[in-house]
Structure formats: structure tokens, C-alpha cells
Design a protein around this ligand. Structure first.
Ligand code: NAD
Length: 278
């Protein structure tokens, strides 16, 4: 018996990274999944590649290997019509949506006074407004069913600043406020909403030149610099960049009946990072 037997989970940014871990973990625990990701277009100010159709196909392969079903959408969380269409099609296919994991996100860097308006607005549109639109897409259905769980991916940067990414920090603080309001407004319908604050997680967002350079402290950084920096980022002994499954396991708890009375909270999964900085 799985913790999510018979459930359906909609996962944004579901093609790779933490989104794939959410998909596979949810499937392993008995859920069918609806995976939404921007797999056929670049996104203005983002200087590392976003997910591809091949990434999505690999996630589907892993879900189906667990004998669960996956429905996929090449869609953008900035577009309410695309989100609504995915929700409608998902309900038609699976009969209901029990879970939303609002995970899609981007990360770029510049000092705030040099940041372009494009960088700022792309960040707001994806990481903050995209979460609102994703929750808006599932809320009427969950209200009708008087049941549901929403998990939003924030960051340790939802609790503290980060050098040269004020826009990201603003969105990750913002989604915690949004999470609390969603939790408050949906509590009368028996629907829960919580968020997670990941520490450093090894995914295509972090395993790329920009993050290698940041952890190296200079241009020309390498993956070794990233891993070395990860050890000092976390307090817990022997913990560098963590696998995405540590976040998926926390979402699993929040989405399961184990957390049936947990709503409106945010959970750091950061190997003690906040002990060093908080
Ligand atoms: P990732 O880049 O591998 O995954 C993000 C996914 O979101 C990608 O598949 C990407 O294609 C998708 N995406 C981006 N813009 C989109 C859009 N407009 N519409 C639909 N999909 C879109 O990185 P990840 O680490 O798996 O990131 C998942 C979440 O975790 C993000 O919200 C990120 O900010 C957050 N986070 C990551 C870390 C980390 O260390 N990796 C730490 C804290 C928080």
C-alpha cells in the first residue's frame, strides 16, 4: 500500500530535477501524475537550458515503470489558459486532481541595480505569478470536492537573502505569503496548502556554469567547486548538494494523510543551512 494510492498529482516543472523526483516518488506511492513543463521554448532572461521533450519522456518512462499513468503538457505556468486546459484534460483523464505541487521555477543572477526589467519580470511571472496561476487553476475543482493538498516550492531564499538575486529572493519570500493565504482561504473547504524551503539541491538549475561560478567565487568555476561549496553551505556533517528526492519525500509527507492536520506551514529541508545563517 502506498501513501498516495488512488490519488492524482499535478506537478509543474515536472520534466526534470525536483519535478521528476516528485513525479517518481508520487507514482511509487500510488499516484497517477499530470506533468506540465515548458519543453519547447526558451525563456527570455534564463541563461541555462530549461527542460526538453526528451527530459519529459524520461520522466514518463520512470513513472510508467512503476505501473502508474502520466499525462504530459508542454505548457507555461505564465499562461492561465494553458494551465486551465491541463487541469480540464487531467480531470477528464483521471477523474480528479488531489494534489498540486507548484515546483516550476527559474534562477538568474545580477546585482539588483544592474538587473534588467526583463530579468525581474520573468522571475516574477514564473516563480510568483506562475504559482498563483497554478493554484488558481486547481482551486475550483478542489473546492467542489472539498479536498486537496497544495505544496509550493519556496527556497531557503524564502527565509533569507542571497547575493545578487534579489528578484529570486523576492519571489521565494512571496510564495510563502501566498501559501499562507491559500491555506487560510481554502481551510474551510478541507484543502491544505504548505511550502518547502530546499537548501542546495543537485539539479540542472544548480549544476551549470552560473552556479559553479557562484560557488567558486570567480568565473571559470567547475562542478568540483559546486560540490566543495555545498559542504560549507550545509551544517549537517558530510552533506553537499542534496538529491532532489529529499524534497520529494517532504512533499510526499505533506500530501499524504500523515499530514492531514498540517496546513499553512513552511518546512526547511536544508541540512541545517539556516542554523548557520538564520
Ligand atoms: P530545474 O531547472 O531542474 O527544474 C525547474 C523546472 O521548471 C524545469 O523543468 C523547467 O523547464 C521548468 N520551468 C521553468 N519555467 C517554466 C515555466 N514558465 N512553465 C513551466 N515550467 C517551467 O531546477 P529544480 O532545482 O528542480 O527547481 C525546482 C524548484 O526548486 C524551483 O522552484 C526552484 O526555484 C526551487 N529550488 C531549487 C533549489 C536548488 O538548489 N536546485 C533550491 C531551492 C529551491
Amino acid at each position: 500500500m502506498g501513501l498516495l494510492d488512488g490519488k492524482t498529482a499535478l506537478i509543474t516543472g515536472g520534466a526534470r530535477g525536483q519535478g521528476r523526483a516528485h513525479a517518481v516518488t508520487s507514482a511509487r506511492e500510488g499516484a497517477d501524475v499530470i506533468l506540465l513543463d515548458i519543453t519547447s521554448q526558451a525563456l527570455g532572461s534564463v541563461d541555462y537550458p530549461l527542460a526538453t521533450a526528451d527530459d519529459m519522456a524520461e520522466t514518463v518512462r520512470q513513472v510508467e515503470a512503476l505501473d502508474r499513468r502520466a499525462l504530459t503538457f508542454d505548457a507555461d505556468v505564465r499562461d492561465q489558459d494553458q494551465l486551465d486546459a491541463a487541469v480540464t484534460a487531467g480531470i477528464a483523464e483521471f477523474g480528479k486532481i488531489d494534489i498540486l505541487i507548484a515546483n516550476a521555477g527559474i534562477w538568474t543572477r545580477a546585482p539588483f541595480w544592474e538587473m534588467s526589467e526583463q530579468m525581474w519580470s520573468d522571475m516574477m511571472d514564473v516563480n510568483l505569478t506562475g504559482v498563483w496561476k497554478s493554484a488558481k487553476a486547481v482551486a475550483p475543482h478542489m473546492i467542489e470536492r472539498q479536498s486537496g493538498s497544495i505544496v509550493i516550492t519556496s527556497s531557503v531564499n524564502g527565509l533569507e537573502p542571497g547575493m545578487n538575486y534579489a528578484h529570486y529572493v523576492s519571489t521565494k519570500h512571496g510564495v510563502i505569503g501566498l501559501m499562507k493565504n491559500i491555506a487560510l482561504e481554502l481551510a474551510p473547504y478541507g484543502i491544505r496548502c504548505n511550502s518547502i524551503n530546499p537548501g542546495a539541491i543537485l539539479t540542472p538549475m544548480t549544476n551549470q556554469q552560473g552556479a559553479w561560478d557562484m560557488f567558486a567565487g570567480h568565473e571559470g568555476g567547475t562542478p568540483d567547486d559546486l560540490i566543495a561549496g555545498g559542504y560549507s553551505f550545509h551544517a549537517l556533517k558530510g552533506t553537499s548538494f542534496m538529491p532532489p528526492e529529499v524534497i520529494a519525500n517532504t512533499a510526499l509527507y505533506l500530501n499524504s494523510d500523515l499530514a492531514a492536520t498540517v496546513t499553512g506551514v513552511t518546512i526547511p529541508v536544508d541540512a541545517g543551512h539556516m542554523l548557520l545563517t538564520g
